[in-house]
Design a protein. Sequence first.
Length: 395
Amino acid sequence: MNVQQNASKRPGVARLRIWEIDRHWHCSIIGTCLTFAEAAKIGRKFGATCDDPSQLNAVIHSMLVRDCKTRNPIAIHVEKKLNNKHAAMVKKFQKLSTDEEILELWKASLRNGLVPGAYWAVATTPSVQNTTATRVFSDVHMLSHLLGSSNQQVISRVAELEEKIAVNENKLSRLREISRQREDAHRHEIISRDAEVSTLKIRLLKHENAGSRRGDGETGSLKEKIAVAEAKIETLEGKNERVLSALNLQHGFAKQREDEIERLNLAHAELEKLVSYLADKAGCEDEFQLGNINIVYVGGIGRSFQKIGKAIEQIGGEISFFSGEEGNCSTDHLISQIKRADLVVISITNISHRIALIAKKTSKRLGVAFCVVKTPGLGCLMLTLRQHLEKQGSG
């Protein structure tokens, strides 16, 4: 597939303009070299609208693809954005003089995940031969299918992992509470037994001292009492050792649970990175789009808000957060957020029952759709949003 369409009108040109590139490349250029958020920004600038908000990103994509075929304000704006964004990669490709070098740099970029910049650089290089151009075009085409088909699997896996982490954290919390209660009970028992042992030892000492001043009969009786006291002391000390062993074992179980949570959190972090990548890079035909819907996220963990916000922006949505924490805990503020929302997402594990109930009742009263997520992670949120959009589509 030839990259060049009509650049022959400008012989010796260093780089192609976007309207000079073969029209068959425009869909993949817009879908690969611009994020959904960047394309949406351009679409809004040039007045793109759609009666169905869920289809706005698709409308914007189609508009940009169509208008990049000729020289016009939209094509010029898109080209300027792509040139600025991928300037460093374009500069690397401009230093190359042969098709073989271009293909090698393309392969390296593909391996390292630097596809958008490299694709734009190849697309605007007029000297690229048909064989190399076809290879690059095919790589991007298949990559879009690969990302699209794997997206659902990865998001489902992240959601599953988040649920496992939540289960383990709940178990660890219960284990710590049980361990604390047992430790307190054992500590009190040890204190009580130590006091009893001390009392017996004092009595034993008194009996030994008194034995030297008493008759043989009474001395024998005291010796029996001493033997009983010593046996009881030995029994109590043995119980103390078993109590300490039980506590050590309990601490060992807690440490194992903590290690398991740490392992799951590491795996979860890596998968969340992949979810963010997929949200940004997946092909326009396979990726689900939010269509600029306004989401209010109730609950959640503050440290993850920035990551969630970026991922939602990449698939065309807007999101605000109500954490219930200091400075963000007014129910009036929550209600005002829901009034402006298209969808309310409630993380029930990270918000009080009262706030969750207010969010649900307010959503119902205002006719705003709402859904509940079991865990506060990005994967569970993305899976819930996909299911919500599918449900809307089938309805």
